[in-house]
Design a protein around this ligand. Sequence first.
Ligand code: PEP
Ligand code: MN
Length: 338
Amino acid sequence: MIVKFKESTEKKDIELLRKHLIDLGFAIHESVGQTYTIFGIVGDTTKFDMNSLYAFPSVDTVLRVQEPFKKVNRKFKLTDTIVDIGGVPIGGKNIVMIAGPCAVESREQVDLTTGLIQAAGAKILRAGAYKPRTSPYSFQGLGPEGLGILKDARAKYGIPVVSELMSIEDLPLFLDAVDMIQVGARNMQNFSLLKELGKIDKPILLKRGLANTIEEWLMSAEYILAGGNERVILCERGIRTFETATRNTLDISAVPVLKKLTHLPVIIDPSHASGRWEYIESLSKAAIAAGADGLIVEVHPEPEFALSDGQQSLKPERFADLVVKCRRIAEAIDRTLD
Ligand code: PEP
Ligand code: MN
């Protein structure tokens, strides 16, 4: 349910309604615009007569929100959310490039890659220390040692880091080593993990599940916001379809659909979406043209020796070229890529 106050309503009248609603057991998500204040009201409103709120002279409109997601709903917050990742804002006019290897493999590999992606224009480093591999015999990541390597790269290059958390027991290590915690596609509906991430003060990169609808994805984001952590970025990384020519099918329409439904930033992962480095440029340009706020791209100095996802990893020089091309698309739609 949404309450829109009349233009220039006084603070005391806003507080009066807030108290009334809290006394009734509702939680309030407030959105203060230039001229209007909006209350997003969360709780069981089924037995509540919403028209009773018109008894307050300050109330302009009361609306029932049909969608099951509330706090992530654009109706609850009129302005775009901008999430700050260690000093790098995502969700504003500037498009942000996140890049790095699929997995941390060694100190040298991370050090070399970080220097090169940063010089090319990446603002955030990505790399997994804990890898969700389909086969238990595949490289599983370096674990705590990998996080230590990322922490050192962050200190040396002054670049924020994003890495995937698979199990909540590792959270203390992540709080110390990374600037944003990634929830991978396979954990998008790990609700106990999402609940815990709702309690922390750290941005979350929530990837779309392998076969999840946009509504299910937004409900997962809702878990994190409902817990109190409002710094969530959504990442479309391709979904399962009947098509096998690419690893997944990039749902490009997710970008405008999400922009309509939610105020949260949206980024695209063309690497896991396509599974092949040759397709990264086309998908990246399409993503930016469609309105994405950033890209997360796998880059490896020697993809032919990568321990995971070498087939979809760009060489650093190709990444540098990609940034230049994406910048042109950004400028064509009146955005920047600095
Ligand atoms: C990754 O980013 O390395 C990854 C495993 O992604 P996803 O969860 O989208 O498959
Ligand atoms: Mn990968």
